[in-house]
Design a protein around this ligand. Structure first.
Ligand code: 26M
Length: 775
């Protein structure tokens, strides 16, 4: 089946590329080290508009489509938010007919699989290409040499001084093309992923068997460059392999882009009118340096010409909130791997610091803060500074994030170039997150809107507001959600052996495990709930709203605190779930190996979802948007994109808690360590006393709140968190009110489609126009 779908994809993909070539519009190149595509089968047949035909054909052959579709593994070439965002944006780019390309790395090992043994996370390799990948087309003839190491020599050529890089190592980049079909259009764009292969031009002269064997083994080592995705989404460790990955992918992509441009242009005069390059965070920011290097050293443009081109074509989106989250590369490392690039970075920095001196005088503090080079025991290159200096546009991922960029992270740069700073609030694609993953709700929405046009024009969802009081809609809405819950019940039983009741409120927190995302706050809240129920009289218990608490997410392999949180979740779950005193009133389930396809199943079956980062720490957050559009209510802090969600659907349709962003800032400035609320002290006492076992192992978690300053403010937010939870219970008892809130969540979610995000980028940042291939 995949191969027959692939044939359809290839036809359209081919026609689209031909059409773009003929029209030669300005193209967008989206550069990202990570794409979390998930499964492709369902998404492809839906976007191609052939789902019914395939379902029929399969039925005739005696297969069930749902069961077949579940056999597919995820393409997990990314960590979390940033990586799934690139996948959603590719879907929108294709659907909206934009002449766009994605570029990335074809890792042989995707994000590790999470296996839980005795409550502890273990990482297992994700060798995802084992059985072949029907969604890619290997392009053996599309390959480029990528060079590393070596020296730079000064040469005199045609009366000019030139820098010549004499590299020490060459690796071949081979293209693998992944068609991305748009919905309701013939357009099918390309995601080109590069794989590393030994270079053809290798010197294979051997002087004996040993040399020969070693020469072959050496060649083989080239492949390590694209072998494994780094599984950490927070810290930059200055590893050579990671830098090699970044440059490998950037160099191949830039060569490909320049070759395509030169196919139809004889000079670079129009380059900036035909090319826009988008950097998904700073990970691909060496592309800036590479473009300048190629234009100056290989195409012999002047520095000024190359500089102007680079400034015109690059834009950059940052996904970070804290200054420590910004990428740095040790100067020595870069100098040894890419000596010519280091020179260019110094040249850029020289002109930039001269400009700064002109503008601000000899303000050395400012100069050292803004310099691309960080001085110190180890000298580093600040990739964000490099990106801001060159890019014409720097985007944050939510309105609140932009405020933080202006006032903190990039304050100095904002003072210098206020016009560069913007935000494009993130979004998610309603194709994957409703049409593919929640067909029941999809049909219901279409029925009540009287059209399926919302799948391309998401603002039409607003039309649901008119019907919110309609009893028939409310009943159908509840029925669809109930069916999804039962599917989730079955999944939970298959994964964990636990039978949970679909009558309970399904309360879900699924995302990467991070201290700032505060899964710990959730678990401590659950312990509190458990303790309350234990101490209740029978008459009080009757009023308790039954809950199934679901937590899922991976911890970076080296992130000890995150791993402790996973273990705590299991230990608490074991205690609660086996307590006969509690029964169906409370359950705590950890869903192992959370990924895109697990999310597709869990989200449609959830009642309540939690997004409770300490205010000021989540740049945007996109999980919340997937829950929102599926009619799941949000319990959230006023952080990242949640503030904009409040604007769209109203605080009365959500459960908001916790300190506000400015309050967090104030508490931190005052260095206040306020007294912890009694309920929290009590709950921590239970953990410390070994109520859930492993008291030594959990001690650092308790300490982080009680003796290490409670940086993430669990103490401050605990009471209001419990209030929000109580408000959710109260609302859930009245199913009619709950259903209305749910309908209004879906109705108001339109702004959070990646179609809106991409439309804004196209108009305000990239300057590209749709280029629609005729059917
Ligand atoms: C770092 C070092 C080495 C290798 C990889 C990394 C790295 C990889 C991913 C660092 C950060 C990475 O991702 C950060 C991320 O996912 N940020 C999230 O981006 C989302 C999309 O904009 C936002 O919604 C989230 O708020 C933000 O946390």
């Amino acid at each position: 089946m995949a191969h027959s779908v692939r044939d359809r994809l290839i036809e359209r993909w081919h026609d689209t590329q031909q059409f773009f070539k003929k029209k030669d519009p300005k193209r967008l190149y989206y550069l990202s080290l990570e794409f979390l595509m998930g499964r492709s089968l369902s998404n492809s047949i839906i976007n191609l508009g052939v789902k019914d035909q395939y379902m029929d054909a399969l039925n005739q052959l005696g297969f069930s489509f749902e069961i077949l579709a579940e056999q597919e593994g995820d393409a997990a070439l990314g960590n979390g938010g940033l990586a799934r965002l690139s996948a959603c944006q590719m879907d929108s780019l294709a659907t909206m007919d934009f002449p766009a390309w994605g570029y990335g790395l074809r890792y042989q090992y995707g994000l590790f699989r999470q296996v839980i043994l005795d409550g502890f996370q273990h990482e297992q390799p994700d060798y995802w290409l084992n059985f072949g990948n029907p969604w890619e087309i290997e392009r053996v003839h599309v390959s480029y040499a990528v060079k590393f190491y070596g020296t730079v020599e000064e040469k005199h050529l045609n009366g000019k001084n030139c820098k010549v890089w004499i590299p020490g190592e060459t690796v071949e980049a081979v293209a693998y093309d992944n068609p991305i079909p748009g919905y309701g259009t013939r357009n099918t764009i390309n995601l080109r992923l590069w794989a590393a292969k030994p270079s053809g031009q290798y010197d294979m002269e051997s002087f004996g068997t040993g040399d020969y064997i070693n020469a072959i083994i050496d060649r083989q080592k080239a492949e390590t460059i694209s072998s494994v995705l780094y599984p950490d989404d927070r810290s930059y460790q200055g590893k050579e392999l990671r830098l090699k990955q970044q440059y490998f992918f950037v160099s191949a992509s830039v060569q490909d882009i320049i070759r395509r441009f030169k196919d139809s242009h004889s000079s670079f005069d129009k380059f900036h009118e035909k090319v826009a390059l988008q950097l998904n965070d700073t990970h691909p920011s060496l592309a800036i340096v590479e473009v300048i290097r190629v234009l100056v050293d290989e195409e012999h443009l002047s520095w000024k010409e190359a500089w102007d081109i680079a400034c015109n074509i690059f834009s950059y989106t940052t996904h970070t909130v804290v200054p420590e989250g910004l990428e740095k590369i040790p100067v020595d490392l870069l100098g040894s791997l890419l000596p010519r690039h280091l020179q260019i970075i110094y040249d850029i920095n020289f002109s930039f610091t001269e400009e700064l001196k002109q503008r601000f005088g000899l303000d050395y503090d400012r100069l050292s803060r803004m310099s691309i080079i960080e001085e110190g025991a180890v000298k580093n290159i600040r990739m964000a500074n490099l990106s801001i200096v060159v890019c014409h546009n720097v985007n944050g991922v939510s309105r609140a994030h932009l405020d933080t960029l202006k006032s903190k992270v990039f304050k100095d740069f904002y003072e210098l170039w206020p016009q560069k700073f913007h935000h494009k609030t993130n979004g998610i694609t309603q194709r994957r997150w409703v049409v593919v993953s929640n067909p029941g709700l999809c049909d219901l929405i279409t029925k009540w809107l009287g059209t399926d046009a919302w799948i391309r024009e998401v603002d039409l969802l607003l039309g649901l507001r008119e019907h919110v009081e309609n009893k028939e809609l409310q009943l159908e809405w509840r029925t669809v959600r109930r069916v999804n819950k039962i599917r989730l019940v079955e999944f939970i039983e298959a994964m964990t052996g636990m039978k949970v009741s679909p009558d309970a409120m399904f309360d879900v927190q699924i995302k990467r495990i991070h201290e700032y995302k505060r899964q710990l706050l959730n678990i401590l809240g659950i312990i509190h709930r458990y303790d309350c129920i234990k101490n209740m009289k029978d008459s009080e218990r009757k009023r308790v709203v039954p809950r199934v608490c679901i937590i899922g997410g991976k911890a970076a392999p080296g992130y000890e605190m995150a791993k402790k949180i996973i273990k705590l979740c299991h230990s608490v779950g074991e205690k609660i779930n086996s307590d006969p005193d509690i029964g169906d009133l409370l359950k705590l389930i950890f869903i192992p190996d959370y990924n895109v396809s697990v999310a597709e199943l869990v989200i449609p079956g959830s009642d309540l979802s939690q997004h409770i980062s300490t205010a000021g720490h989540e740049a945007s957050g996109t999980g919340s948007m997937k829950f929102l559009i599926n009619g799941c209510l949000l319990l959230a802090t006023a952080d990242g994109s949640t503030l904009e969600i409040i604007d769209e659907i109203g605080e009365e349709n959500m459960f908001i808690c916790g300190a506000k962003i400015h309050e967090v800032a104030m508490m931190r400035e005052n260095g206040e360590a306020p007294k912890l609320p009694l309920e929290l002290v009590h709950v921590l006492r239970m953990v410390r006393d070994g109520y859930f076992g492993h008291e030594e192992y959990f001690k650092p978690l308790c300490d982080s709140i009680e003796s290490a300053g409670d940086f993430y403010l669990l103490g401050h937010d605990f009471p209001s968190y419990l209030e929000a939870q109580a408000a959710a219970d109260k609302a859930f008892v009245d199913q009619e009110t709950w259903t209305k809130m749910s309908i209004l969540s879906t109705a108001g979610s339109g702004k959070f489609s990646s179609d809106r995000t991409i439309g804004d980028y196209a108009a305000e940042t990239w300057g590209i126009e749709p280029c629609r291939c005729p059917f």
